[in-house]
Design a binder for this molecule. Structure first.
Ligand SMILES: C[S@@+](CC[C@H](N)C(=O)[O-])C[C@H]1O[C@@H](n2cnc3c(N)ncnc32)[C@H](O)[C@@H]1O
Length: 368
């Protein structure tokens, strides 16, 4: 069967060098529309929409440009935000991108994270079975009551300036037409006592803030390949549902309409098959700082013998042809890390199945 042309998904990359088409077995993919010489710049993705820098790298990796200095602590550290920066200009860029509301939100989350000891923070065990769609729906359903109670308690905060920024324990008050009672206040306190995963809460917050500031980013996220079972384990799922309640309990009030079970589920379902690792630029990316989703970069399929090389430059991904490519050929990157690329076929297939959920049928695996 020959590939058919697809309506261009919102946020997909466009270029005279390639087009996006549907394939018979691996969704949409990027195809060369002309002969392309080796080392041609194909695309630059500047649309980082949600990301996380893992806690253990927060002092060593710049919160803005992801610069890393061989594990040395960076010179500018903002304790209340929980990020470090390589230059004052990176700090300023970060602040202007997040805006006053974003700064308030990150400060509230950082305050919450700092209250926890390391042991108290929820650790996600990667090797447990993945929750089914039924189990996922049930888990999110069980958050509904608590979420409604917390929303009433937070609405009752509205008139209390002292509570606007942070971990609020509201007074008895009429919140949005519903009387805020002890039950509502208890729901906030209970949510705040739940185990917390600092990386998941940061990842979700980055997406909520980005889409709050850039509403046009939502359709770009929605257009991405979706994973119905994106949680690696029951613990991972629980970390997301708890993150929902934590964020409802602490974020500034103007953000709360954006904090919904639907929005957080959507971020998780699109992250799973589309995020790129944010790794060190040396040592074949041996240090894994975190991960992020650049929607326009998410249309390249994987090959174990890729025709496209990707390179990160700060917050931007650059894609260049890795050899001469003929018109009509598929332009593929590799989803494997440096070491993984040298593994046997069986091991590569296993990694791709486990991490990405597909059976690799690239030319190298199929022995074409
Ligand atoms: C980042 S997306 C790539 C674009 C995707 N095909 C789409 O339609 O949006 C990753 C997903 O594409 C599919 N995919 C990528 N490379 C593949 C391959 N070599 N074989 C089969 N499926 C592949 C898998 O479903 C994977 O989870």
């Amino acid at each position: 069967m020959s590939p058919t042309t697809t309506t261009l998904p919102t946020g997909a990359p466009t270029s005279p060098l390639f087009e996006i088409r549907e394939t018979p077995h691996s969704g949409r993919a990027v195809f060369a529309t002309k002969d392309i010489p080796n080392d041609t710049l194909l695309w630059r993705s500047t649309d980082l929409t949600l990301d996380v820098l893992l806690r253990e790298y927060r002092r060593e990796v710049c919160g803005e440009c992801f610069a890393y200095d061989h594990g040395r602590d960076l010179p500018i550290r903002d304790q209340s935000l929980g990020f470090a920066f390589c230059t004052p200009s990176c700090l300023e860029t970060w602040k202007s991108r997040n805006g006053p509301l974003g700064i308030q939100a990150w400060t509230a989350v950082e305050k919450l994270v700092k209250k926890r000891s390391k042991e108290d923070s929820e650790m996600v065990s990667p090797d447990l079975p993945r929750p089914s769609t039924k189990r996922i729906a049930e888990a999110w359903d069980t958050t509904t009551t608590a979420a409604s109670l917390i929303r009433v308690a937070r609405a009752a905060d509205r008139d209390s300036p002292a509570n606007q920024a942070g971990v609020a324990v509201p007074v008895d008050h009429d919140g949005g037409g519903v009387k805020c009672t002890k039950q509502h206040r208890k729901a906030v306190q209970k949510a705040l006592l739940q185990p917390l995963n600092p990386d998941i809460i940061s990842f979700v917050l980055s997406g909520i803030l980005h889409t709050y500031h850039n509403p046009s980013a939502w359709p770009c996220i929605l257009a991405l390949a979706s994973d119905d079972t994106p949680y690696s384990s029951a613990d991972d799922l629980a970390a997301y549902t708890r993150t929902y309640l934590h964020l409802l309990a602490v974020l500034p009030l103007p953000l709360l309409p954006h904090v919904t079970a639907e929005s957080i589920r959507l971020l998780g379902s699109r992250d799973s098959h589309n995020s790129f690792g944010i790794r060190s630029l040396e040592d074949e990316g041996a240090e894994f700082f975190g991960y992020g989703c650049w929607p326009s970069a998410s249309y390249f399929n994987h090959s174990c013998a890729p025709s496209v090389a990707k390179r990160r430059d700060g917050r931007v991904w650059e894609f260049r042809s890795a050899r001469d490519v003929k018109e009509g050929e598929e332009l593929c990157i590799t989803y494997l890390s440096g070491e993984e690329r040298r593994l046997s076929r069986g091991k590569r297939v296993g990694i791709l199945k486990r991490n990405w959920g597909f059976d690799c049928a690239c030319d190298r695996c199929e022995g074409v």
